[in-house]
Design a protein around this ligand. Structure first.
Ligand code: LAC
Ligand code: ZN
Length: 475
């Protein structure tokens, strides 16, 4: 467990025994966790090596209970850290100064799936895979698919504006949010947006709350846009002799109108990491890099024709023969190679993941910059990610380095890399958020004026600064 930041640093107070008692009387004792061994479960997320123990964790069962917790916290100046499934990768859910972790697990109702308006209304604690299953059972589709989709929850997806492979065609979570219900820092309830498809009414608070990482309000429910589920999908794996050739091919898929639903890239070292967990298809044994491309539509024949064009294009750019599957099991097998990379890297070494994103046309330069930044520090960088979005996860590996040496080299490599990313017109995170681990980099991506404006927005929503203290902003 890491040392906590004193809450006084944020103008807040530690949780006292009387606060725990008050929480118990508000929510019932079963919904309040204060034993240190049970609090462990709320100390971390999926961000490498960071854990902070909260003073107390609460599991409200209704919006009214969320409001009651916030009213108490506002009155007593207690830190409140909203938490969904804790699958985040930038430390957004870490209770860095202790305080109250407010877990939305029990707000887990799908309130409606409406086939006329094509929306779902889901509470923050609904597990993404469960929502998708319920929606797909009706022939409908909610596309966002972060790697954690089997366990992550809607509230966390909105707070971080999570994305995933299908963001390539369908965009990140944000694009699918029409409205939110949230509890503000003073305990009042805000309903923004709704089912209307268009809305030019004043500032768009719905979209402001999406991606706000639990710093502006506690999102308790959302109205999500649905579409008809595409009737057919096809997955192609395109092997390439070099990483640059694979990356260079990406922009062409779009220009040629192949309209990929997903276009993922993995380099050899990432494949080797997966091969330690399970055997790879033999055809992939030798390639230096590959693209995993998913096509979707309503006509299987049309997809096969598009796959042929894809294969021809890849070959004209130096690629090898495509592996293609259009049955469910075959596609799952091909996707498995990509889906297991995150887990494979975790099992390989301590790592730091830079969630780089650049305009698609600059992918090859991004790869060169990542190689150069890692090499200058004598580090290995393992690259994979959502190439169709120009979004690569650059994983710097600790390997055998001693901790202090690793930390020094990691920070230097990361800084050099992100300077290059910004110079390429990119951003310092594509889908993992700023949270706790990336906040020192914010001034690289945003101007002083922009950061000052964002701080003023934070103050307008949360004048006492009780919501997720320490996140997003540097210092
Ligand atoms: C992935 C996570 C790391 O793409 O974003 O696997
Ligand atoms: Zn990703």
């Amino acid at each position: 467990v890491s040392e906590r930041v004193p809450p006084e640093r944020f103008g807040l107070r530690p949780v006292a025994a009387r606060h725990v008692r008050e929480l118990e009387s508000l929510l019932g004792p079963a919904a309040v966790i204060s034993e240190p061994d049970r609090l462990e479960a709320f100390a971390g997320d999926e961000t490498e090596k960071l854990r902070f123990l909260p003073d107390v964790a609460v599991l409200p069962a209704s919006v009214e209970e969320v409001a009651a917790v916030l009213r108490l916290a506002a009155r007593e100046l207690l830190p409140v850290v909203p938490r969904a499934a804790g699958t985040g990768l930038s430390g957004g859910a870490l209770p860095v100064c202790g305080g109250i972790v407010l877990a939305v697990d029990r707000l887990d109702r799908v309130r409606a799936i409406d086939e006329r308006d094509l929306v779902a209304e889901a509470e923050a604690g609904v597990v993404l895979a469960d929502l998708q299953q319920a929606v797909e059972a009706r022939g409908l589709f909610y596309p966002p698919d972060p790697a954690s989709r089997e366990t992550c929850r809607i509230g966390g997806n909105l707070a971080e504006d999570s994305a995933g492979p299908r963001s390539c065609k369908y965009g990140s979570t944000r694009r699918w949010v029409l409205g939110v219900e949230a509890v503000l820092a003073d305990g009042s309830r805000l309903v923004a947006g709704g089912r209307s498809r268009k809305d030019a009414t004043g500032y768009n608070l719905t979209q402001l709350l999406v991606g706000s990482e639990g710093t502006l309000a506690v999102i308790v429910a959302a109205t999500l846009r649905l579409i008809a589920k595409p009737k057919a999908t096809l997955t192609a794996v395109l092997p390439f002799p070099t990483l640059a050739a694979a990356a260079g091919a990406v922009e062409r898929l779009f220009v040629e109108g192949l309209d990929p639903a997903a276009c993922e890239l993995a380099e050899r070292a990432a494949l080797d990491a997966v091969a330690r967990l399970e055997p790879l298809p033999p055809a992939l044994a030798a390639s230096a890099a590959l693209l995993v491309v998913e096509l979707d539509g309503d006509d299987g024949e049309e997809l096969l024709a598009r796959a042929e064009r894809l294969d021809a294009l890849a070959r004209s750019l130096g690629g090898g023969e495509a592996l293609v599957a259009d049955d469910a099991a075959g596609q799952r097998r091909l996707w498995q190679v990509r889906r297991r990379i995150g887990e494979a890297v975790k099992s390989l070494s301590v790592y730091k993941e830079a969630d780089t994103v650049v305009p698609r046309s600059r992918l090859v330069e991004l790869i060169e910059a990542a190689r150069a930044a890692a090499a200058r520090q004598g580090l290995t960088a393992l690259l994979y990610g959502h190439a169709g979005d120009g979004n690569l996860h650059v994983n710097l590996l600790q390997g055998e380095l001693a901790d202090s040496e690793w930390e020094r080299r990691r920070d230097a490599a990361e800084e050099e890399l992100f300077r290059a990313v910004v110079a390429l017109g990119g951003r310092i995170t594509g889908e993992h958020g700023i949270g706790w681990t990336q906040r020192h980099l914010l001034p690289m991506a945003l101007s002083e004026r922009e950061i000052a404006l964002q701080r003023e927005i934070k103050r307008a929503f949360d004048p006492k600064g009780i919501l997720n203290p320490g996140k997003i902003f540097p210092g």
